[in-house]
Design a protein around this ligand. Structure first.
Ligand SMILES: O=c1[nH]c(NC[C@H](O)[C@H](O)[C@H](O)CO)c([N+](=O)[O-])c(=O)[nH]1
Length: 164
């Protein structure tokens, strides 16, 4: 049984012709860095060329939806369209309702962006009640969970190739 609902690939997908964008928020840097590293590691393992992995940042998770739209549109204007984008953010519950509102609005808007942009927009946002939950899902706690960034890299390659 897969640990923590691993997003197992149903087959090996070849990302050698793909251009993938990673847009990450800058809150909770240590966790973000681990997730981004996990996504890159998986993309490279699926033959995505390092020069075709384009990384940009935004202040926080709330900026991920609109930032993703601007990022994808800019790459298209440059004549280097992205085949998928992976917005990455880490939201950790504080003592107010701020967390709930950002989680809810960001999640819904990222889902809508798939249809608006016409490319896969992967849900790479951790919505955690504690710092430990976030660390575990970034593979930062030995033997606990796995790095979810790897799942997001795999999802990006699968979704950008299997239906073409
Ligand atoms: O990415 C995050 N942004 C957070 N807030 C900033 C928000 O995403 C926006 O950047 C900010 O509100 C400016 O629009 C967070 N918290 O407030 O806790 C958080 O945990 N993670």
């Amino acid at each position: 049984m897969a640990i923590g609902g691993l997003g197992q690939l149903d087959q090996e997908y070849d990302g050698s012709n793909l251009r993938i964008g990673i847009l990450h928020a800058r809150w909770n840097k240590e966790i973000i860095d681990a997730l981004v590293e996990g996504a890159i590691k998986k993309l490279l393992s699926l033959n995505v060329k390092r020069e075709n992995i384009i990384i940009e940042t935004v202040p926080g998770s709330f900026e991920l939806p609109y930032g993703s739209k601007l990022f994808v549109e800019k790459q298209k204007r440059l004549g280097k369209p992205l085949d998928a984008v992976i917005p990455i953010g880490v939201l950790i519950k504080g003592s107010t309702m701020h967390f709930e509102y950002i989680c809810d609005s960001t999640t819904h808007q990222l889902m809508k962006l798939n249809f608006e942009l016409g490319i896969p927009v992967i849900f790479g946002v951790l919505t955690c009640l504690t710092l430990e939950q976030a660390e575990a899902r970034a593979g930062l706690i030995e033997g606990k969970m796995h790095n979810h960034g790897e799942d997001w890299g795999a999802a990006a390659v699968e979704m950008a190739t299997k239906f073409n």
